[in-house]
Design a binder for this molecule. Structure first.
Ligand code: MGD
Ligand code: MGD
Ligand code: SF4
Ligand code: MO
Length: 731
């Protein structure tokens, strides 16, 4: 097996300057990395945007600084094993032997399903594919899921049910300027995919109206024509209200509905019996006229797009809320032609590819289903095993934590995620991880989760690891390595191959390069919904990425559903669920405010990477709580002081930030901090029944000033809570 070049082999310094790709969000901006002399005569790295079809040469502040974490001294350089309570240096042979022993012992004593695997959307397609294969064949467990459950599951399940297929954007980025009306619901593009903003600005210059639906007047809303400051968790009702207006005012496309869809009559009946628009408006906390105006702008526009992101989707009714927006797309026939379509704005760098090739509990490569007999038989034939060898469906990411809590899962491998910060209901998750017989974490850093591990495996970063990633528009991109591995770090896929061999499953895991894995993935995805068969490394090197589906016949066009949808009869499906208001969202005298959460420009997810970049960390160094000055005034909270935020699930701390850009009944915290500043200490474990997405974005809370004891908050913010077994802690 080939191994990555070590620093010594490469002369202890960088390879020649090269082209890479930002490790953060789903745009996957291309980067030219250069050695640049510093004024002091030293050498540093400089990142410049590299021209390409998606980002058009732009980079945001995170992309400009991404290499800072990759070259950080805090990178893990060697494996570690916990001995007498402390993580100490070990050789790869020792660490792998110990990891495999944990898997094997667990499996022997409690059965193969006592081992769990937890992946992530930053992993390359090759690693994500191999992780699924590793779980099913080498470990023989049904329990695998990944952090994308918290990210894409609502939109993905809604897209699959409505169109028969889920690909983030159903159009090309370059189509955006052609749209005459764009609805941005629960997305803060300006901070989360900043390099895409020029596409929307161009649409506006062409006369498009932009409608933003968000409880906060975000920087995205600042660039809009109409902002609906919706009460968190009420988007489904809002979209249903917009449909009511479209029907009342005859702004629907009957030809499209007749020829290309199913289920409109039921939806029409539901809508007739729906609550009056004034009541919807009151429920959503916006005025009736704005709902009418939004519906008219979208309905009357000759072309239009609707995009949703986590604000709409991370709800206990996220699946249905997205489907209500999709009803609008279908009812107006705004899909399958230029300037039209729906987009679920994928989040992570490989949030798209990471959800296609088998690291999801119910999924096999190529978007195949693990419960479908033909799909199982096909993948079994590619893997050279009997279909019975492939276990059945497992459970979602948070449900794995519950099973760990119940001691059904005893050993867990985490690759590319920091679940002890990113899951909802962290109090339970901490207890769960402390109960494990074995926790093995493969990461770049000692993340909050790695700190709890029994075995820590150092992996290569985006600068060092070659592979493909699929961006938010379904464009597969090849990211080549530009630097040697740091210390003894290994590629994720190599770790999986070696573990499989040590578990006695060398067959099927004898890969010598990422490209060899990709070639097997191509075959495994062949004929599936996400078909990569026609994509090769050679093609990816020559073209600026290739769109899937791309089968034997080529394909690879970016605009979807021009003729047919992906359901067997070629039609898209309306949904008409009865209107319900989930009581988990209700505030009460004890918890009178609604806590929502999200992102800021300079940090990425749980912050493991961006907190290690000095430039990014300098921009935001602590969690904050955005609050309306009136709400703050009522409870005596002053600007900049520490506040305690409590829900039924738990408590976290943040510094208050007073702003009239947020609804009075809502507070907002970023998700980028762990420890006592982790917003997920307060989020609740309620899951959407359709897709198991947690209701991250709507939690009833109370806020109190803790000006009297700010040290408590600061101290807790910097250290992790010691677990019952005295596992690890960060000093
Ligand atoms: N800078 C930065 N960029 C990122 C990331 C990051 O961590 N940092 N993460 C990446 C990832 S993985 C993802 S998933 C994406 C996320 O991208 P987004 O979904 O755009 O990000 P969020 O900030 O989580 O949420 C978006 C907006 O939803 C609003 N919101 C909250 N509750 C509601 C609601 O009930 N209804 C509506 N309509 N809106 C609501 C919030 O106020 C927020 O402005 O970003 C990607 N890009
Ligand atoms: N309250 C609240 N919670 C949320 C959200 C929210 O909006 N609100 N958003 C949710 C969403 S959308 C997401 S995507 C999740 C993300 O949640 P996490 O999965 O916890 O996100 P990251 O912080 O990206 O953690 C990734 C870890 O993998 C490591 N890593 C990076 N690249 C690699 C690699 O190539 N290989 C390996 N082995 N490791 C690597 C990083 O160092 C880091 O420790 O959080 C979810 N949690
Ligand atoms: S974070 Fe996203 S928008 Fe910013 S440079 Fe990276 S890929 Fe591009
Ligand atoms: Mo995400």
């Amino acid at each position: 097996m080939s191994s990555p070049l070590t620093e010594t082999e490469a002369g202890g310094r960088a390879f020649a300057a090269g082209q890479t790709q930002c490790p953060f969000c789903s745009v996957q901006c291309k980067i030219k990395l250069e050695d640049a002399p510093t004024p002091e005569g030293g050498a540093a790295l400089r990142a410049r945007g590299d021209d390409n079809a998606a980002s058009e040469g732009r980079l945001c502040v995170k992309g400009q600084q991404a290499h800072q974490h990759a070259v950080s001294r805090e990178r893990l350089r060697y494996p570690m094993i916990r001995r007498e309570g402390r993580l100490v240096r070990a050789s790869w042979a020792e660490a792998m032997e110990a990891a495999v022993k944990l898997f094997a012992d667990s499996s022997e004593r409690y059965g193969p399903d006592s081992v769990g695997v937890y992946g992530g959307g930053s992993l390359t397609n090759e690693t994500a594919y191999l992780l699924g294969k590793f779980a099913r064949l080498a470990l023989g467990t049904k329990y695998i899921d990944y952090n994308g459950r918290f990210c894409m599951s609502a939109a993905a399940s809604a897209g699959s049910k409505t169109f028969g297929l889920d690909r983030g954007l159903t159009f090309r980025l370059s189509d955006i300027p052609q749209a005459s009306c764009i609805v941005l619901a629960g997305t803060n593009l300006a901070e989360c995919q900043p390099t895409l903003m020029p596409y929307f600005n161009r649409a506006r210059e062409n006369g498009a109206s932009i409608i933003v639906i968000d409880p906060r007047a975000t920087s995205t809303a600042a660039a809009s024509d109409l902002h609906l400051a919706v009460r968190p968790g009420t988007d489904a009702a809002l979209a249903a209200g917009m449909l009511q207006v479209l029907l009342e005012e005859g702004l629907i496309d009957e030809t499209f509905i007749d020829s290309r869809t199913r289920g409109f009559e039921e939806l029409k009946q539901r809508t007739l019996g729906q609550m009056p628009l004034a009541q919807t408006a009151a429920f959503c906390g916006v005025d009736e006229e704005s709902i009418r105006q939004a519906a008219r702008l979208y309905g009357r526009a000759p072309t239009g797009m609707i995009l949703t992101a986590r604000g709409v989707e991370q709800q206990t009714d996220g699946h249905l809320a997205v489907r209500e927006f999709l009803n609008l797309v279908l009812a107006t026939g705004k899909i399958g032609r230029e300037g039209c379509g729906y987009g679920a704005i994928t989040g992570q760098g490989n949030g798209q590819g990471g959800r296609e090739h088998g690291q999801k509990a119910d999924q096999l490569p190529g978007y195949r289903s693990i419960t479908n007999t033909a799909d199982r038989a096909y993948i079994a034939s590619v893997w050279g095993v009997e279909p019975e060898r492939i276990p059945g469906a497992g459970v979602s990411a948070y449900e794995m934590m519950e099973r760990i809590h119940r001691k059904e899962i005893r050993t867990l491998l985490v690759m590319g995620s920091n679940p002890v910060v990113s899951n909802p209901n962290i109090v339970l998750v901490e207890e769960s991880l402390a109960k494990l017989d074995g926790l093995i974490v493969a990461d770049l850093f000692l993340s909050e989760t790695a700190l709890l591990a029994d075995i820590v495996l150092p992996v290569t970063s985006y600068l060092e690891n070659e592979g493909t990633l699929t961006n938010l528009e379904g464009r597969v991109l090849l990211r080549e390595a530009v630097r040697p591995a740091v210390g003894e770090a290994r590629h994720d896929w190599m770790i999986l191959c070696e573990a499989a061999q040590r578990l006695g499953h060398a067959d099927g895991f004898r890969f010598r390069s990422a490209e060899e894995i990709f070639d097997e993935l191509r075959l495994a995805s062949r004929g599936g919904l996400a078909d990569y068969y026609g994509i090769t490394y050679e093609r990816l090197r020559q073209e600026e990425g290739v769109y899937w589906p791309c089968g034997e016949q080529g394909g690879g066009g970016g605009l979807m559903f021009e003729q047919d949808f992906a359901h067997e009869d070629g039609r898209a499906v309306f949904s008409s669920p009865p209107q319900t208001v989930s009581d988990t969202k209700a505030v009460s005298p004890a918890y009178p405010l609604i806590l929502t959460n999200g992102r800021v420009l300079s940090h990425y997810l749980t912050g493991v990477q961006t907190h290690r970049s000095p430039v990014l960390e300098a921009r935001e160094a602590a969690a904050f709580l955005e609050m309306h000055p009136f709400a703050a005034g009522r409870i005596g909270v002053r600007e900049g002081e520490w506040v305690r935020i409590e829900s039924e699930a738990g408590t976290f701390y943040a510094r208050s930030r007073l702003t009239s850009k947020i609804r009075e009944d809502t507070v907002f915290a970023p998700m980028h901090w762990g420890g006592a500043q982790n917003v997920n200490r307060a989020t609740l474990p309620h899951l959407d029944p359709h897709c198991k997405m947690p209701g991250f974005k709507t939690t009833p809370v109370r806020v109190t000033s803790c000006a009297a004891a700010p040290e408590e908050a600061v101290r807790l913010g910097r250290s992790l809570v010691r677990s019952p077994q005295g596992r690890a802690t960060r000093e």
